[in-house]
Write a protein that binds this ligand. Structure first.
Ligand SMILES: [Zn+2]
Ligand SMILES: [Zn+2]
Length: 146
């Protein structure tokens, strides 16, 4: 099977301080609904993929801040803007690394291969088909009150 993703693939945090570039094979994306991944990602759920550690080049790595979210598992995020940069990786690294798909450039079209911890999904990940959608910003922001 040919790789549908053109290498290298690139990712960056919101502020651009931290960037990664990956050459070589990548896993598909795993979506995780567990509360730790949701909180760490800053979104409704975490999105991750696996690369070979030796094929990942970081820029601005010194801006990464780490947090041991479970014993022996380290998550990294940009200390400037808070973007999740990795999933929960072994504190003693092996030859692979779990990267956060939220960092990826929009053009990277990795397939989603699994969705886990679906029992922990927050109710607001689902919405009615009738909920208004906008290509740009929601025009109601300036008038939005509780
Ligand atoms: Zn940043
Ligand atoms: Zn999770």
């Amino acid at each position: 099977m040919s790789d549908p993703v053109t290498n290298p693939i690139n990712g960056r945090c919101l502020c651009g301080s931290v960037r990664f570039s990956v050459t070589g094979p990548l896993s598909g994306i795993v979506i995780c609904h567990c509360s730790m991944c949701r909180r760490a990602s800053g979104g409704a759920y975490g999105t991750f993929f696996v690369a070979r550690r030796a094929q990942v080049t970081w820029t601005g790595e010194t801006h990464l801040t780490s947090y041991e979210s479970s014993p022996g598992l380290i998550r990294s995020f940009c200390g400037q803007c808070g973007s999740a940069a990795t999933g929960a990786n072994l504190a003693t690294p092996d030859d692979t690394i779990i990267l956060a798909a939220n960092m990826l450039d929009v053009s990277v079209a990795l397939p989603v291969i699994a969705v886990e911890y679906t029992g922990d999904k927050v109710p607001w990940t689902e919405h009615e088909k009738s909920t208004p959608h906008f290509k740009g910003a929601f025009p109601g922001w300036s008038n939005l009150k509780p």
